[in-house]
Design a protein around this ligand. Structure first.
Ligand SMILES: [Zn+2]
Ligand SMILES: [Zn+2]
Length: 280
């Protein structure tokens, strides 16, 4: 009985800690990296900015100039040659007009031709993040990015970028789980750490992969972007409105069901943020 209760509370702990921290990561990504730094649609007070920069450093170790560079290039060449992570350009989508013309790997061929299964879900989410990582290392992409030019960026966030996600993050998760569950906490903490890394990979894949999985090019945006189900707002904090975002890319408001916009509105009320344009 005790073991069952222990296993139940461990599962509850993993799910709650994963969701709370995962949402914190995605709030910082959409508000700071995406809306503030890349599109310059909102400007946060320095305390809020510092908090989000710290979250991105500790949980992801993302280089701000690399992330913004990839996203600026993505908007400039959306679903065209040169788009760093378009599923249509990289052959992980099964749009009828593209299948057969794209370089797909042997296991994708088996899934597609023998098992008649589109390598959609796996390819589009996991592989999409790999495309991002590859592009974010290229000097020609990084030089197009934007990042604060302060000492925090120079000597802390970009210099010690692996210290957060690969040293402090696993240590903090293990310490937290150890306090609650004793020595078994080491395993739980390491599992939680792995799930947090996977959360980042899947969140990026959902937005940039599934968010560009429309079968046909849209007449207005001329890309394959699409809006995803509204409940994904609970995970990607407004980024599920990906087609709306491509239509009005300079806007801080991403459409209906956008928790990110709600947070910005709250910051505006508290005079902790400024925006360029208001929603129409
Ligand atoms: Zn996009
Ligand atoms: Zn954007």
């Amino acid at each position: 009985m005790e073991t069952i209760l222990g296993a139940g509370s461990a599962l509850l702990f993993i799910l709650a800690a994963l969701y709370f921290q995962g949402v914190l990561i995605n709030i910082s990504t959409t508000l700071y990296l995406h809306r503030a730094m890349t599109h310059r649609a909102v400007d946060f007070n320095w305390v809020i900015q510092f908090f989000m920069r710290f979250v991105i450093w500790l949980w992801n170790g993302i280089l701000v100039k690399g992330w913004t560079g990839v996203h600026i290039v993505h908007h400039a060449h959306t679903d065209l040659p040169g788009d760093p992570h378009s599923p249509h350009q990289h052959g992980v989508i099964c749009a009828p007009d593209l299948v057969g013309h794209l370089p797909i790997t042997w296991w994708e061929k088996i899934m597609l031709r023998v098992l008649k299964v589109c390598p959609y879900g796996f390819g589009i989410t996991i592989k999409n993040y790999a495309y991002y990582l590859k592009a974010a290392r290229l000097p020609k992409i990084i030089e197009q990015g934007r990042a604060p030019r302060d000492w925090l960026e120079r000597y802390w966030f970009s210099r010690a970028r692996y210290l957060g996600p690969f040293v402090l993050l696993p240590l903090s998760q293990v310490a937290l789980a150890w306090c609650l569950f004793g020595p078994w906490g080491i395993l739980l903490g390491l599992l939680l750490w792995a799930l947090l890394l996977l959360w980042t990979v899947l969140s990026g894949g959902i937005v940039n992969g599934l968010g560009h999985s429309a079968d046909e090019r849209d007449a207005q945006t001329r890309d394959y972007s699409r809006n995803l189900p509204y409940w994904l707002n609970w995970i990607v904090i407004g980024e599920q409105n990906h087609h709306d975002h491509h239509r009005y890319s300079g806007h801080w408001w991403f459409g209906q069901h956008d928790f990110g916009a709600n947070i910005i509105k709250l910051c505006l009320k508290l005079k902790l943020a400024k925006v360029k344009v208001m929603p129409t």
